[in-house]
Design a protein around this ligand. Structure first.
Ligand code: LMR
Length: 400
């Protein structure tokens, strides 16, 4: 069967990690995949997660299946965090949440759900966007188009272009929006700009599908959910894919969620019934450990505070690496203004480095970045900063 079939290309992000692992250069640095690392270059298990896992181990009485939609307590905890405790959507039952395997799983469940009822709709993604958006929605059978977002010249948001494109989108089409910490650019909207985007959805009737994978990595868990709150308050149909991979460091536990917010509780119950059929035919029901661990933390005021503190420490370290990189590049004599790196939010920066430079850095210096020049700032440490900055300076001399 496979004889005449060509191999598929490696994944542009996770494939890079496979390549990185095989690289024997002792100085190698992985600035590719969006995984947090501490200043020693390790991806730690949060202290608060360790505590909650202990509680779970001693209290868990069964490994029987979870419900198709996941543990209801997980759904409630997700809603409180993602929509806000005071959201009327939580209280009025017009929001339903299912536990999906990671943010990717949540997007996939949402894509399959939408394909059932909006088969003719187009899906719009930002230009650029996380490569897997195209894969997930394309595989679900959607035609994909893009709306303007990032201006490579100004290294900033092209808001005029974005609004022009959003205002031309047809009713019923689906628009994927990164609510904070835009992946790959790190360039976010301010509050006024979000208000305008919400108005556009409201008046043109397109369906917002919010990708909320980095809550807490921008300015804080409450600050980062501004766009979600505004969309939800407007009363329109909204989908939110969220994840505990990054903010709880639960990467391999696949603890994500899809929240579907409807105008009323009756519609939400209908949505839930169809979510269950989508999940049942995809993976039947979700894995338990990560979701139950996160629920313990989110439901316990003391553990919650500890989690916020550990999350703030991750956020602050990434900010320090942003400043370190800007200074380091200047010290190495790299010309140009790189201050935009400090204005960007979250784990990523669109560095402005060309694909030739990215290739050269990988081949010559074992410094791995995603094509297009996306850097994961969390891969930088005080130990490897100088090496990375000098390597970039050399790369720019060689092929820049
Ligand atoms: C990333 O963009 O690097 C992360 O979201 C990990 C992934 O699944 O691609």
């Amino acid at each position: 069967m496979w004889k005449n079939i060509q191999p598929a290309p490696p994944d542009s992000i996770l494939g890079l990690t496979e390549q990185f692992k095989k690289d024997e250069n002792p100085r190698k640095v992985n600035l590719g995949v969006g995984v947090y690392k501490d200043n020693s270059g390790n991806t730690p298990i949060l202290e608060v997660v360790k505590k909650a896992e202990q509680t779970l181990l001693t209290s868990q009485a069964t490994k029987s299946y979870l419900p198709i939609s996941g543990d209801p307590a997980y759904g409630r905890a997700v809603q409180k965090l993602v929509l806000g405790e005071d959201s009327d959507a939580c209280r009025s039952s017009r929001a339903v949440t299912v536990h999906a395997p990671g943010g990717t799983g949540a997007l996939k469940v949402g894509a399959d759900l939408l394909k059932k009822f909006k088969p003719q709709s187009r899906v719009w993604v930002s230009s650029p966007t996380w490569a897997n958006h195209n894969g997930i929605f394309g595989n679900a059978g959607f035609e994909i188009d893009s709306y303007g977002y990032y201006n490579p010249r100004s290294k900033d948001l092209d808001f005029d272009r974005m609004m022009k494109d959003l205002n031309a989108i047809s009713a019923g089409d689906i628009v994927i929006l990164h609510t904070c910490c835009h992946n790959p650019s790190g360039v976010d909207l301010d509050r006024d700009q979000w208000n305008e985007v919400v108005r556009s959805a409201d008046s043109h009737g397109w369906i917002p599908f919010l990708d909320f994978a980095y809550q807490g990595f921008g300015d804080g868990v409450e600050e980062d959910r501004y766009a979600v709150e505004r969309f939800v308050a407007s009363g329109m149909d909204v989908l939110v894919a969220s994840s505990f991979s990054k903010n709880f460091g639960l990467y391999n536990e696949r603890a994500g969620a899809l929240t579907v917010i409807c105008p009323g509780a009756e519609e939400a119950a209908v949505a839930m019934s169809h979510l269950k059929t989508v999940i049942r035919t995809n993976y039947s029901n979700p894995p338990a450990h990560g979701g139950l661990t996160a629920t313990i933390i989110l439901d316990d005021p003391e553990l919650y505070r500890q989690w916020l503190a550990e999350l703030a420490a991750m956020r602050d370290r990434i900010r320090e690496m942003r400043s370190g990189l800007v200074k380091g590049l200047a010290n190495c004599g790299v010309e140009g203004d790189f201050s935009f790196i400090e204005r960007q939010r979250g784990m990523f920066s669109f560095s402005g480095l060309s694909d030739e430079v990215v290739q050269w850095l990988r081949a010559e210096k074992a410094v791995y970045m995603v094509g297009g020049g996306r850097i994961n700032l969390a891969g930088l440490t005080t130990d490897n900063m100088d090496y990375v900055c000098r390597s970039i300076a050399e790369a720019l001399q060689a092929v820049g």
